[in-house]
Design a protein around this ligand. Structure first.
Ligand code: 4NP
Length: 156
């Protein structure tokens, strides 16, 4: 199994959206037995909560499931379980790197998957209210990520 973890600050807006979107794409490509997807937040304020209403209504509008998703906090053990840790912004990446034990997983910034975009971080819709913008970036980034994983692990 190839394990992918998305990380943001609260684990209620951006990273759960990315988790749901990537899992949807994995399923569309018939790769459910090869790739597993999860998400976590560097903060602990929303632990146990479902995705933010903005993320839920956006996913509803694209008919993408977020069933059984609940926020959890990023932990040191995630470094050994996950092959790829995709961070939504620079501060998430810095926070992940500050947790010790980070030798195994590859840490990637979501916007580094999209070098042609002017934005270099995924804007936080908790503050901007713009969930569609996050979807546009996450959707494109997940396509690039999935192509890369397929290549690196010879899945096609
Ligand atoms: P997220 O957004 O990191 O995309 O889940 C946030 C959610 C909650 C908070 C900040 C960002 N908060 O401060 O509670």
């Amino acid at each position: 199994m190839i394990n992918v973890l998305f990380v943001c600050l609260g684990n209620i807006c951006r990273s759960p959206m990315a988790e749901a979107v990537l899992r949807h794409k994995v399923s569309e490509r018939g790769l459910d037995q090869q790739i597993s997807v999860d998400s976590a937040g560097t903060g602990d304020w929303h632990v146990g909560k479902p995705p933010h209403e903005g993320t839920r209504s956006l996913l509803d509008s694209y008919q993408i499931s977020y069933a059984n998703m609940a926020a959890r906090q990023f932990a040191s053990a995630d470094f050994t379980h996950f092959n790829y840790i995709i961070c939504m912004d620079d501060s998430n990446a810095a926070n992940v790197r500050s947790v010790t034990g980070g030798e195994d997983a590859e840490i990637i910034k979501m916007m580094d998957l999209l070098p042609d975009e002017t934005l270099r971080e995924v804007p936080d819709p908790y503050y901007t209210g713009n969930f569609e913008e996050v979807y546009r970036l996450v959707d494109a980034g997940c396509d690039v990520l999935l192509d890369r994983i397929e290549k690196e692990h010879s899945l096609t």
